[in-house]
Design a protein around this ligand. Structure first.
Ligand SMILES: Cc1cc2nc3c(=O)[nH]c(=O)nc-3n(C[C@H](O)[C@H](O)[C@H](O)COP(=O)(O)OP(=O)(O)OC[C@H]3O[C@@H](n4cnc5c(N)ncnc54)[C@H](O)[C@@H]3O)c2cc1C
Ligand code: SF4
Ligand code: SF4
Length: 1003
């Protein structure tokens, strides 16, 4: 069933090393288990889940510990040290240079439990946090004080403060605020020997200094070493560290001794920890400075026909008191236009734009935005090279432009085929005044190497994210990557810049640090590292490396050398299996290509809005994020796991079964990793080999059960209440006893309509539609179906409710479980049944969103041909139909005076079709709070399955919180599952379908 693809390169070069397997670490794992309260996982799955970050690198760690507090960190570090095993803390693992990949390390996942906000002092504008807190969560917490943490990486929805300090992160507003080192006031760090170092301002030669250095301990050694190295190398520091807003490579020797606000000369080792990429200890607590959130902002996006002209405009833009100057090029626009999730944001940008500079103005610097923008318009459009400007004053318009800008990196990674715009010299930074010349010379380097690149980034601070397009599955392009980096680092030094102005050193750039800092400072780096970490156990090989085993440090090979070509995720030896699939993956370039689209950016670990990924949001477990699942799938198809693992019980249970199939990733993942589809395919192959369970068959055939239940109602409903029936359901079928099953109706929707007949004749009608009798609506809850008929008829539409003898259930349940033959059979039946009517101009309408989407989307993967395309194109959710065809314009309403909370269906959100119901409700006169909610957690049968009940409820609670904090008086939801989940809350009734509220408002 599975056949290997041809190897893409010469496997002899850069052979893949998987590193020691889990068995090598049994003693270490046992000792950690005894010493640590948090979870300890040293199995192969854990190694694979933490083997990558957002970069081009991959290397298995020894295992993963999720510490619960400082004592846990110390215990874990001490055990690892006793076993002479390196240590690497990690936040969201969204790094782009490989600095969150630790070969053979004990990974400390700080994001799991150590994410507390310990103290906020609004007057002093300061917060003390644990390192695992996500930056956006911190900002949400600070919002009530009108404050925020100033560094704002594009990844702030999942990036942690600890990871931000580790990398010295920054974002679009560095022009205005500077970078993380400016805001890191104090740090508590655990050193490899267990020392808890409290790094803060210490007045040089003051009593505190004297106390510290008088001791004979690690802390004293570190303070003495750093001070003497900084003082001895003062001239080198002055000449080697470039004068830039951003420089994050190397250690911050230029920032560690300074004059404080009271005019005292202080040493602050916290500044050294910023950008140290975990090489100097594990940060367990940080005190950071905060800034006031400007009340308002405005954006002006200037379009240029030429990239270099845009670059020339950057230094001029800085003259206008702007808070950000961002660049995007036409490659970003092109990819956004092709992406379902981002095409709407690129629409306003004129086609001729080769590059655009986006200027932000904030209310702390400007009190009249329109006047400020008029001034820049005069300069850049009337008197400059820009040919157009897009002005954005509302929050919504600005959010759209920022969304486009922040999606640039992952969008670029969605390029089809193996050549990709890879990050390795992507954040080199030069003074803004030198940008135009630098870009021209960069283009020459690329031309010399016969490649091209996309250009975007934080132009205002001189950082350009230039990503050359290479195929890192070939030896030639790996060498080309190295050669380009050699040339570009020379170029950057010629332009007084830094190799990294944002993303850090990691595996990509550490190799080049001696070139930038020269022999004296390089030696100083090594001495500092050795003073803090004599055995080089903390994340060795990052930021600084040893020149040989005889160099300072341990008597071993640890930390020796750095080569950007090692530990690559791909490489010539990489091969992947291309399973023969039931579903059509041609649009995605094949099954393996879809899996490999995951670049590790970590957007699926976001805590905030969007649909993706509810299971991570509820569990905070890496394996329950889209990325975790995609990484495991890649391991299985690329030989990291045995081939048969993909169809093992363990793989199903741990990797796939907890994916609720909400489809959120298909639209929210910037590269479009569609895990629901991948899951359905693998589950299908698994069922082929292992068969199906009674429960799978029951859920896949829920229509038949419902038909019998309805025929026997009310007896069948009484049977559900019999004592012990829930126990039988749990023990025999594995169904959660806590769940309420839908009651069966004696009179189905189809019965009701047969009895009643259409009220608008076909001859007199404006349009004619077929209403699909989905299982839930037909047998258990016909009210939305009846409401749909009444609303449509009020709009003079002729309606026929399809008979269950003529159409089959949509096959959604079978598809989600991976019973693809059954799903296809139903799809074929329905397409055959409906295609002639569709050809005659009938639309097919659905009350249940997941069934509508099944026709619109999954049927296209199951079947080929014009008929399925035509049926899919004429399938609509009922509100989608009313809104899309402006049918609701002809309706008359009484003027409903109610504020509704609308929770859309995740499947419809994934297709960007959930807004129609909100628009229809508004047309009916309601005020609507359209929740930015994800999956409700029921996901068809998922919430009924006993082993998934807790996760289902945990996902549901996220929705409940959103509903509870909404100003709406009543919640409405089109999905039958969502209404069940919301109705299963104690003290709450099952909410209505939006179409019922529309019907209620009819005049
Ligand atoms: C799409 C995308 C956009 C990005 N945009 C930006 C951007 O605009 N600006 C920017 O600066 N970066 C950006 N990044 C890079 C990255 O997201 C940021 O650097 C981010 O701050 C890293 O946070 P993290 O929690 O993921 O850290 P991780 O990647 O987990 O770790 C970062 C480093 O810090 C170390 N570390 C983590 N926790 C600790 C700790 N407790 N103690 C000591 N060391 C620790 C790790 O070992 C690692 O070396 C982007 C990445 C992606 C994928
Ligand atoms: S699944 Fe998508 S969002 Fe998640 S890490 Fe991979 S590419 Fe990023
Ligand atoms: S389908 Fe939903 S639950 Fe599954 S990985 Fe994608 S976003 Fe997560």
């Amino acid at each position: 069933m599975v056949r290997p693809a041809d190897p893409p390169g010469d496997p002899s070069a850069f052979a893949r090393e998987t590193g020691p397997t889990a068995e090598a670490y049994v003693d270490l794992a046992e000792d950690l288990d005894d010493a640590v309260e948090g979870s300890v996982r040293f199995d192969e799955y854990a190694q694979l889940l933490y083997a990558t970050d957002g970069s081009i690198y991959q290397a298995r760690p020894a295992g993963v510990v999720a510490p619960t507090d400082i004592d846990d960190v110390r215990a874990a570090v001490q055990v690892a040290t006793a076993h002479d095993t390196p240590i690497m803390p990690r936040g969201a693992g969204s790094s782009l240079a490989g600095q969150a990949v630790g070969p053979g390390c004990v990974v400390l996942d700080m994001s799991r439990h150590m994410d507390g906000i310990l103290d906020v002092d609004p007057d002093a504008k300061r917060a003390t946090v644990q390192p695992g807190v996500v930056q956006d969560d911190l900002d949400d917490h600070l919002a009530e004080h009108g404050l925020k943490f100033a560094p704002d990486p594009a990844s702030s929805g999942r990036a942690t403060v600890g990871g931000g300090i580790g990398n010295n992160s920054t974002g679009a507003h560095s022009v205005r605020y500077g970078i993380t080192d400016a805001y890191t006031e104090e740090v508590k760090a655990v050193l490899p020997d267990g020392t808890l170092l409290h790094a803060r301002e210490v007045v040089l030669d003051g009593p505190e200094w004297d106390d510290i250095v008088a001791k004979d301990d690690r802390e004293a050694e570190v303070y003495r070493t750093v001070r003497s190295l900084v003082e001895d190398n003062a001239e080198e520091i002055e000449s080697r560290y470039p004068d830039l807003k951003r420089r994050v490579s190397g250690y911050n020797l230029d920032r560690v001794i300074y004059e404080n606000e009271d005019g005292e000369e202080v040493i602050n080792l916290a500044k050294l920890y910023v950008g140290a990429e975990a090489t100097l200890g594990v940060i367990v607590e940080a005190t950071v400075g905060l800034v006031t959130v400007p009340e308002e902002t405005a954006l002006a996006l200037y379009c240029f026909e030429d990239l270099v002209a845009a670059m020339k405009a950057v230094p001029e833009a800085l003259e206008f008191d702007v808070s950000a100057v961002e660049l995007m090029d036409d490659e970003v626009f092109r990819l956004a236009a092709e992406s379902d999730g981002y095409s709407e944001y690129v629409e306003p940008i004129p086609e001729e734009a080769a590059a655009a500079l986006m200027l932000e103005f904030d209310s702390e610097l400007h009190d009249d935005f329109e006047a400020a923008v008029a001034e820049t318009n005069t300069h850049f459009v009337d008197g400059g090279d820009a040919f157009d400007v897009i002005e954005a004053y509302t929050d919504e318009d600005q959010a759209d432009l920022w969304k486009l800008r922040k999606a640039a990196i992952p969008l670029l990674m969605s390029l089809e085929g193996d050549p990709k715009p890879y990050p390795f010299i992507e954040d080199a930074t030069v003074p803004p005044a030198e940008l135009a010349e630098y870009v021209q010379e960069f283009q020459d380097v690329l031309a010399d190497h016969d490649t091209s690149a996309a250009y975007f980034a934080h132009a205002g601070s001189g950082t350009l994210h230039i990503r050359p397009i290479l195929n890192l599955k070939t030896e030639g392009d790996i060498e080309k990557m190295h050669s380009i980096t050699e040339d570009v680092t020379d170029l950057v030094l010629d332009h007084h810049g830094a190799f990294s102005g944002e993303h850090g050193d990691g595996m990509a750039r550490t190799e080049f640090n001696p070139k930038m800092y020269g022999p004296d400072l390089w030696a100083a780096f090594k001495e500092i590292k050795t003073a803090v970490d004599p055995e080089w156990l903390m994340h060795p090989g990052n930021v600084v490396y040893r020149d040989g085993p005889d160099d300072v440090g341990p008597d071993s090979e640890r930390g020796v050398g750095a080569d950007m070509r090692e530990h690559l995720r791909y490489g010539p030896a990489y091969q992947s299996l291309e399973p023969q699939t039931e579903l059509d993956f041609s649009e995605e370039g094949g099954f393996s290509h879809l899996v490999e689209l995951c670049n590790g950016c970590g957007t699926c670990r976001q805590h905030g809005s969007d649909v993706m990924c509810p299971t991570f949001r509820a569990s905070r477990e890496e394996i329950q994020a889209t990325r975790g699942r995609a990484n495991m799938l890649r391991a299985a198809i690329s030989g990291e796991l045995p081939e048969e693992e993909l169809y093992s019980d363990r793989f199903q249970e741990e990797v796939l079964d907890l994916c609720v199939g909400c489809k959120g990733c298909s639209s929210d993942c910037p590269t479009g990793v569609d895990l629901a589809k991948l899951k359905a395919e693998v589950k299908h192959q698994y069922h082929e080999e292992k068969g199906t369970t009674l429960r799978d068959r029951l859920f896949a055939n829920v229509d038949r059960v419902s038909a019998i239940g309805s025929a026997l109602a009310p007896l069948s409903n009484v049977a559900q209440k019999l004592p012990g029936s829930d126990l039988v359901a749990e023990k025999v079928l594995g169904v959660a006893p806590e769940r309420t099953f839908p009651k069966f109706r004696r009179e189905t929707l189809v019965d009701w309509f047969d009895e009643r007949g259409p009220k608008v004749s076909e001859a007199e009608a404006e349009d004619h539609v077929l209403l699909f009798p989905d299982t839930f609506t037909n047998y258990s809850y016909p009210e939305p179906g009846k409401a749909a008929v009444e609303v449509l008829e009020a709009a003079n539409v002729h309606v026929r409710v399809l008979d269950t003898d003529d159409v089959a259930p949509s096959g959604r349940a079978a598809f989600s479980i991976g019973l693809l033959d059954e799903a296809r059979e139903r799809a074929q039946h329905n397409v055959d049944a409906l295609a002639p009517s569709v050809a005659d101009g009938w639309s097919v309408l659905f009350v249940e969103p997941s069934d509508a989407v099944m026709f619109q989307d999954e049927y296209q993967d199951l079947l080929n041909g014009d008929e399925v395309a035509s049926v899919g194109a004429n399938a609509y959710g009922v509100c989608e139909y009313l809104h899309t065809h402006r049918v609701h314009d002809s309706l008359e309403f009484d003027g409903a005076e109610e504020y509704l909370t609308y929770h859309g269906h995740c499947n419809q959100k994934a297709l960007n079709r959930d807004h129609h119901a909100a628009a229809t409700l508004q047309r009916a006169g309601y005020d609507v709070d359209h929740l930015d909610s994800g999956c409700c957690g029921m996901a068809g049968s998922f919430g009924y399955e006993a082993e998934h009940y807790d996760l289902s409820k945990a996902i549901g609670r996220i929705l409940f919180d959103q509903v509870d904090s909404s100003p709406g008086e009543e919640v409405v939801a089109p999905g039958a599952s969502c209404r069940t989940q919301l109705g299963d809350r104690s003290g709450h009734d099952r909410p209505p379908h939006p179409i019922e509220k529309v019907r209620d408002a009819l005049a």
